[in-house]
Design a protein around this ligand. Structure first.
Ligand SMILES: [Zn+2]
Ligand SMILES: [Zn+2]
Length: 287
């Protein structure tokens, strides 16, 4: 059973951890209230979008699995809700007393055993859907809270489930092992993916750094370095005048070193001091 909490959020959060009977009763009670409220409405559309949103959110809080399981328990679920409504919301005082008296004697479960029918349907549906681990979990929660549930719903019998549990134990164990392996495998893959992502991140950072370095080198190589000698200004790497300043230098990367050199007639010329070539040669390698 649920422990009632003062704040609603806590109350609904606990739903998914409660026994299956509380969850199923809560689910179909909510749906019954929602649809009966709209029964009187003359409009075709039953619930507003906002109400549906609320229901969808609430549905996520239950750990009742799969739409198929919910479909399986729909009829026995409503049967229990209708029985609760019949005994609890009667207008006539005498009838209420009678109903409560009967309830103490187990009216909700009744001679038809509607709680037992609901539980058997639910647990069978879990089996049909091969949800054996959940079967055990919900069975244990049911037994844990049975004394509280019986205060609410009257006594009901879980012996059929109990003997089924002892028959299922080995299979449940096997399913648990499979789940554990799958979880370990998922974790391993997650770790691998994280490592791979980290590796890629490192690679991308290194590549960015490499490109940045390349760009720095390219910029440096393309920069002229002008100097003045004998009234002329020229780049020491490509030998060109400073009116070439806007186009990239091709001399530095080719390792020239231009300077004023006197020719055999005594004239000063701008030539590479290493290869002896004029400035037009700056785009070729110095030798
Ligand atoms: Zn230059
Ligand atoms: Zn040279």
């Amino acid at each position: 059973m649920l422990e009632k909490k003062s704040d609603n959020n806590g109350f609904y959060e606990d739903l998914g951890k409660s026994d299956p009977l509380t969850q199923i009763a809560s689910l179909y009670l909510s749906l019954k209230v929602a649809f009966s409220e709209s029964e009187d409405s003359s409009k075709e559309s039953n619930l507003s979008d906002k109400e549906w949103e609320w229901f969808k959110k609430k549905l996520e809080l239950y750990d009742l699995p799969y739409f198929k399981v919910r479909t399986d328990i729909k009829n026995p679920g409503y049967a229990v809700i209708n029985a609760i409504a019949d005994t609890t919301f009667l207008k006539d005082n005498e009838l209420i007393e009678l109903a409560l008296m009967e309830k103490e004697m187990g009216t909700i479960n009744g001679k038809d055993g509607i709680i037992e029918k609901l539980l058997n349907t639910y647990f069978k549906s879990l089996l049909d859907n091969k949800l054996l681990v959940l079967w055990e979990e919900h069975y244990k929660r049911l037994i844990r809270d049975k004394y509280l549930l019986e205060e609410c719903f009257g006594p009901f019998d879980t012996n059929a489930l109990k003997s089924q549990y002892s028959r299922l134990k080995e299979s449940i164990k096997a399913h648990k092992a499979i789940q554990r392996e799958a979880a370990a495998e998922a974790k391993r893959k997650e770790r691998e993916a994280a490592a791979e992502a980290k590796r890629k991140e490192r690679e991308a950072a290194a590549e960015a750094k490499r490109k940045e370095r390349e760009e720095q080198i390219r910029k440096k190589n393309e920069a002229h370095e002008f100097k003045s000698s004998r009234g002329e200004t020229f780049c020491k790497f490509c030998g060109k005048g400073d009116h070439y300043g806007s186009s990239p230098c091709d001399g530095r990367v080719n390792k020239h070193s231009y300077k004023h050199i006197k020719d055999s007639y005594g004239n000063w010329e701008i030539k590479c001091g290493k290869c002896g070539q004029y400035e037009w040669y700056s785009n070729s390698k110095c030798y």
